[in-house]
Design a protein around this ligand. Structure first.
Ligand code: NAG
Ligand code: NAG
Ligand code: NAG
Length: 451
């Protein structure tokens, strides 16, 4: 068993190297086409809007703004365009730690991350058109209504159905909403794991959820952003139709926002091909560069906590708590469960000719796997829930593979598992069939900001 897995892992590694060579080639060709493109006159004119970041939020905002034909939008994206090949769902995870990932790491943690190299957690963030939704597991969850209700509790006249739900419904493509932005569909491929586990959780008294977006507690198979076996992001529309009034400037790293004396923003300074440019907008500038880059751009523009800006030598312009109250879905990584049989999903299955053929011919099969087959939402503080109205604080993500699947060649490096923890915990499981029960803390934390 171990030898077979070891050999498969080596083949996997070779395939990975070919893949990396391929994306380097894409880089190389994009570099030349972007050099020779005539888009370079973008600095001469004044746009109506500039959108910084073409990720999940930015691509959607750009598309909606451009519905007004009288409006011209410039989108600045630090990463590159998407190649169709990168839309294969199962490739998402291996785009981490490549040039499509900002490859952020946390500072060494004092109270957590002890199993990771340098006590530091890897934070993959997409650096590509489509943003982090090009690197993630495609899972589509609206979020619990109570989260939104809490955010907007002080807003007069706020109403969930009118102010939140309407926009989800507008976002999701459906027979009655062809103008939506994202496809939401069922998993095209799954192992027998969800079926077996759903039986078990039912015995334990949890409810089954048909649609993860009905905000109940319980377990169910996730809905994902996919169409015909291909990953779908809010930027995908731009690959298929290029509105004349939206200009994408890829490889453009936004540095800071420029303001008039009255604090009205009028432009974005960005770096492109080694030079610094200024793009101007007459109606608005939207920063949608993600939870790390948006605050960073604001701070470089002098908008942020005065004390911190002074420490790093930036002249403060507006004193605001920018970058505080960051929320993340914290998880553990040691949640392997042993099986006495193998599921139809490992490296052997992925690399088999029949899997490749069924993907190429029909857009189906193991290559469409997203790495997560069952989700559970639980309110741990209230015991096993009988009542659906309690807001869950724990999300279980159940994955049909453990990170020992490739005997430590690659997956553990994406997570940054240290040698110490690998040798003491994981390596003994190298010849076992494992699944992962990933536990994400999903309650919103209200920070104590008194300090
Ligand atoms: C990580 O945390 C452990 C336990 O507190 C400590 O012994 C070790 O020095 C830390 N390592 C780094 C690189 O911070
Ligand atoms: C795995 O374990 C279960 C429970 O003990 C048992 O019913 C089943 O037959 C076992 N399967 C194999 C392939 O050993
Ligand atoms: C897996 O390997 C470990 C040592 O690496 C060994 O102790 C164990 O018996 C093996 N298990 C199986 C099922 O072969």
């Amino acid at each position: 068993m171990y030898l077979k897995r070891y050999i498969l892992s080596i083949i996997y590694l070779v395939v990975l190297m070919v893949f990396h060579a391929f994306i380097n080639y894409l880089d190389f060709t994009e570099y030349f086409t972007s050099r020779t493109s005539t888009e370079a006159d973008f600095t001469k004119k004044i746009y109506d809007y500039i959108v910084v970041g073409a990720g999940s939020a930015g691509a959607l905002v750009a598309r909606r703004l451009a519905e007004d034909e009288n409006v011209q939008v410039l989108v600045l994206e630090a990463g590159k365009h998407v190649n169709k090949l990168l839309e294969i769902p199962s490739l998402g995870v291996i785009l981490q730690k490549t040039q499509y990932d900002w490859q952020y790491r946390t500072v060494p943690q004092d109270t957590s991350c002890f199993a990771l190299d340098g006590n530091s957690s890897h934070w993959p963030r997409g650096k590509i058109v489509g943003g982090s939704s090009m690197l993630n597991n495609l899972i589509y969850v609206r979020g619990h209504p109570d989260d939104y209700n809490e955010w907007f509790q002080n807003k007069e006249g706020y109403n969930y159905a009118k102010d939140v739900l309407t926009y989800f419904e507008r976002l999701e493509i459906s027979p009655s909403n062809a103008g939506g932005s994202v496809y939401v569909d069922d998993l095209p491929y799954k192992t027998e794991l969800p079926k077996i586990l759903l039986k078990a959780v039912k015995d334990l008294g949890f409810s089954m959820i048909d649609n993860m977006n009905t905000a109940k507690q319980g377990f169910g198979v996730p809905k994902i952003n996919i169409i015909n076996g291909r990953r779908w992001t809010t930027a995908s529309h731009f690959i298929h139709s290029k509105p004349w009034n939206v200009l994408f400037r890829t490889n453009a790293l936004a540095d800071q926002v420029r303001f008039h004396a009255n604090f009205e923003a009028y432009g974005v300074e960005f770096l492109y091909s080694g030079n610094r440019y200024l793009a101007k907008a007459s109606k608005g500038i939207i920063l949608s560069a993600g939870v790390i880059n948006t605050p960073t751009i604001l701070m470089r523009s002098g908008v942020g906590p005065r004390k911190h800006l002074k420490e790093v030598g930036i002249a403060p312009r507006v004193d605001l708590p920018v970058g505080e109250n960051l929320q993340d879905h914290i998880t553990t990584g040691f949640d392997l469960v042993l099986l006495n049989k193998t599921l139809d999903i490992g490296i052997g299955t992925m690399l088999s000719p029949s899997s490749i053929l069924s993907y190429l011919q029909e857009g189906r099969g193991p290559w469409t796997t997203i790495g997560c087959e069952l989700i559970g939402f639980i309110a741990t503080t209230k015991g096993i829930p009988k009542e659906n109205s309690i807001r869950p604080d724990l999300q279980l993500m159940i994955m049909p593979l453990g990170i020992v699947e490739d005997t430590g060649f690659h997956l553990r490096r994406l997570m940054g598992i240290s040698d110490y923890s690998w040798n003491r915990y994981f390596s003994a499981l190298n010849n076992e069939s494992t699944v992962t029960f990933c536990q994400c803390y999903c309650a919103r934390r209200v920070e104590d900001t008194s300090d």
